[in-house]
Design a protein around this ligand. Sequence first.
Ligand code: PXL
Length: 278
Amino acid sequence: MMEFPVRVITIAGSAAGGSAGIQADLKTFEELDAYGMSIITAIVGRHPETNKNVHLQSIEAIEAQFATAMKQVGADGVKTGMLFSKEVIEVVARLIQEKEIKTIVVDPVMIGKMNSKLLKADAIEALIHQLIPMATIITPNVPEASILLGGRELNTVDDLKQAAVDLHQLGAKNVLVKGGRLKGPAVDVLYDGTALTTFTAPRINTVNTSGAGCTYSAAITANLTKGQAVADAVGKAKSFVTTAIEHGFSYTDIVGPTYHAASRKFGEAHSIKIETLT
Ligand code: PXL
């Protein structure tokens, strides 16, 4: 009988184009030998006439999906992405706690690459007080880290290091601040409460990075749930996402997806430079 080493669940939005959100997470889980399940919190897709872009699911629908996944399968790890509202964050925090899922990755998704609004302003407090303190790791990018720190400007790798240390106060066991939006090489900073570790990959010249953040945190979720140490899980996930970005593509003139199968098909081309400072 086929058996995956771990079962992981993503609680996030559906991105209709297949590049981000639930779709990116499930593709990534499959590549990394984790059995994937999904709880859809919202459906993101712009209606050509009404322009409506976020189609929220009810709390009942969210609870029903979770109950079904737990009954049919069970979960060893969970990742949260787009949660959108305070009400959704509250129910998600409660469901995760009730099932005592061990590995919890919180990607504090706020705004999509195409400027979709993925978190309401009044939901930020709920994220900070209810979900982040439960997390094994949080994975903000520069704008998200800045908002979580009350609007602080982050421009340099030293700023990212200070941000990771300060965000650790919110109660997550580990903080990974992703510096992909700064200039120069793509440097991410991990703080585990004791040591700062930087992960450096070369900058890849492409616009097709839709869903890169989702893919990265999904890979971290699979790796951590499989029992890898945090710095190991992050380093391997960064290698995976860097390869996916390198082989990104697009069918139209719209920003396209990363290629989730790139590591398997072509091998991981870039070594990630990992440096730990205590
Ligand atoms: O990449 C962030 C993201 C997350 N989740 C959903 C999205 C997007 C970006 O568009 O649509 C559902």
